[in-house]
Write a protein that binds this ligand. Structure first.
Ligand code: AGP
Length: 612
């Protein structure tokens, strides 16, 4: 959940590091810091956003061709100057930045205190810095790489880290286990990052470290090993990432930009995967496992947050069209209970970042139990795809806004393609219906454009309800997950408590919440659940509830019944999540703006939850 950047080469490190931190700020932003070396290491760190750090270093001497930097999402110790990274060892010679959690840090800290170490912070990272120093000072022939390897063999937990030492000022040592780390290869220079975004403006040649890798990096040499000292041949990948994707493109916020990118990103998710004649789907990433998929006795979909909601949409699609039983599980629950995995079970891991710790751990467990693991991820080369047997990338492009929007619709698009292809291969869908759904999918980008064109109306509805304390989102069938997603969007960026509920469940409790202070957002397009949802709306209205309906343009009857409405184009029910989620994204965005919230970097959140 934190962002790490490192540089070693001929250039001044500071500009590379501070810009890199800004590229990674979406990963965590409660404090940040930089260490620079021109032979001796100087550290600058500050609580708050990176802008605070920039103010803090103004006027300071910032020379040095080697450096490391970090933007934090607190796990151990509150956000503060002292808990910010980089952390130094007691003698001030070992400096490191770390993303992850050292689970046995307390035991290590206790032993180090017994040996006379004192600590300035509450972090697990400072423990790691002192452990490296302790090991280093015990060595007959002190060697930073060796000290780091020995120290890492003593820790339990997850790490992505970079270490520098005043005693070996011309090298960086980097390692990872469970937290991502990418090394950009330049011309006699190397760039290190938690992902490729802070590196891509300098190089597109990337080495994705694997778990237990350790890299020893000097200006003119690069050595890769395992932490057991076995040599590893570095694999350099050419990364296709457009720097333009990394700025707001004229929008006020990344989230708004990404909401408006959806017609394009949905198209990118199915482009090249639907035949030119629109009569078939071909997902190359599934061809090797298709025979397993069509005979799967069960499919378990794992994810967190928005990705879990996309999995819920897939449950309706797969059960309806593939006739395969589906269970959708929170990865954080699945990994700790003793799930029954039967031979032939298929797991689909859904993850935008491909780095969510709970999802990664859950699929590792299922893999050990013999399941076939598929991935639906957005970030190419991330950890989850590397753990799967097969999968399909969503091609949504970099998603910077912490609140996921285009990734969700890209995930649902890919899952729809998967369900239709499996159904076709299995013979559980008629060709005519198959082609009709493909046609409906192809029409989605234009229908999303129509939904986006209602932003002015959505803004006026947001203006009416921005003072709400609570909100209730209702949906049925394919749109029940959309109600959950709409509620998540509102709560995570506006901090208004919002609940998504199956509309049919409302009378089993939540209806007690209904009064004239509670906005109830009902997702009610004309599908086969429509009449039922209208009944639920009437139940709310009868109790003075304020109903905001997401409805079809020609639904004049419902428009008369509700307090406010937002129009969406008609579409097939199986495709409706892609269209009906759009107004809910914009509603949350505008309510959050009205409340002065930080839309792109909401409090307490981070883009990628790479710790438990
Ligand atoms: C969604 O808006 C949130 N940012 C969060 O729930 C997110 O979907 C969740 O953490 C899963 O992330 P992933 O898709 O990268 O695995």
């Amino acid at each position: 959940m934190c962002g790490i950047v490192g540089y070693i080469g001929a250039r001044d490190a500071f500009p590379i590091l501070i810009n890199g931190l800004k590229r990674l700020e979406y990963r965590g932003y409660d404090s940040s810091g930089i260490a620079l070396s021109n032979g001796t290491t100087r550290i600058f760190k500050k609580q708050g956003k990176i802008a605070n750090l920039e103010k803090h270093v103004a006027g300071e001497k910032l020379d040095g061709n080697i450096g490391i930097a970090h933007t934090r999402w607190a796990t151990h110790g509150e956000p503060s100057d002292s808990n910010a990274h980089p952390h130094q060892s007691q003698n001030g010679k070992i400096t490191l930045v770390h993303n992850g959690i050292i689970e046995n840090y307390a035991q290590i800290k206790e032993r180090l205190i017994e040996k006379g170490y004192e600590f300035k912070s509450e972090t697990d990272t400072e423990v790691l810095a002192n452990l490296v120093e302790y090991v280093y000072l015990q060595m007959e022939t002190p060697c930073l790489e060796e000290a780091v390897r020995i120290a890492l063999n003593k820790v339990v937990g997850a790490y992505g880290l970079i270490v520098m030492s005043d005693d070996e000022p011309k090298r960086l040592v980097a390692s990872r286990k469970g937290s991502p780390l990418v090394i950009g290869v330049g011309d006699h220079e190397y760039f290190i990052g938690s992902d490729a975004t802070p590196l891509i403006e300098y190089t597109n040649q990337m080495i994705y470290l694997q778990d237990y890798n350790i890299a020893i990096i000097e200006r003119n040499s690069f050595t890769l090993k395992t932490i057991d000292n076995n040599p590893v041949t570095p694999k350099i990948k050419e990364v296709d990432l457009d720097v333009d994707q990394l700025d707001k493109g004229g929008y006020d916020h990344f989230m708004l930009k990404e909401i408006y990118e959806q017609p394009t990103t949905i198209e990118q998710s199915f482009k090249g995967r639907i035949s030119a004649d629109g009569k078939s789907i071909k997902l190359g990433g599934l061809m090797d496992v298709m025979s397993d998929l069509i005979k799967a006795p069960r499919i378990i979909i794992l994810g967190c947050g928005t990705s879990w909601h996309a999995g819920l949409v897939a449950e309706y699609l797969i059960e309806e069209y593939c006739k395969i039983p589906v269970e959708v599980e929170y990865a954080s629950e699945f990994r700790y209970r003793n799930p029954v995995i039967n031979k032939g079970d298929v797991i689909i891991a859904v993850s935008q970042s491909g780095e969510t710790a709970d999802t990664l751990a859950a699929i590792k467990k299922a893999k050990e139990d013999g399941a076939i693991i598929l991935g639906v991820c957005n970030v190419v080369g991330s950890s989850i795809p590397r753990e799967t047997h097969a999968g399909v990338y969503t091609h949504a492009g970099v998603e910077i806004g912490v609140a996921s929007t285009k990734a969700f619709t890209a995930q649902v698009t890919v899952l729809t393609l998967m369900a239709l292809q499996i159904a076709k291969e299995k013979g559980t869908i008629e060709q005519a219906e198959y082609e009709n759904l493909i046609k409906e999918l192809i029409e989605v980008p234009n229908k999303v454009r129509i939904a986006l064109s209602k932003e002015d109306k959505i803004r006026s509805v947001a203006d009416k309800y921005s003072e709400a304390i609570n909100a209730l989102y209702l949906g049925r069938g394919y749109l029940f997950p959309v109600a959950l997603e709409g509620a998540l969007k509102l709560k995570e960026i506006s901090y208004i408590h919002a609940e998504g509920y199956a509309a049919g469940e409302m009378k089993h409790g939540p209806i007690a919440l209904v009064d004239d202070n509670l906005p109830v957002i009902a997702v009610a397009p004309k599908d086969h659940y429509y009449e039922k949802v209208v009944s639920n709306i009437q139940e709310v209205k009868a109790r003075k509830g304020n109903v905001i309906a997401i409805l079809n343009e020609d639904d004049h009857n419902l428009k008369q019944m509700v307090n406010d409405y937002i129009e969406v184009p008609n579409c097939h029910v199986a495709i409706s999540p892609l269209i009906n989620v759009i107004p809910l994204q914009l509603l949350a965005y505008h309510i959050a703006l009205n409340k002065g919230c930080d839309v792109d970097q909401p409090r307490n959140l981070a883009k990628s939850v790479t710790v438990e």
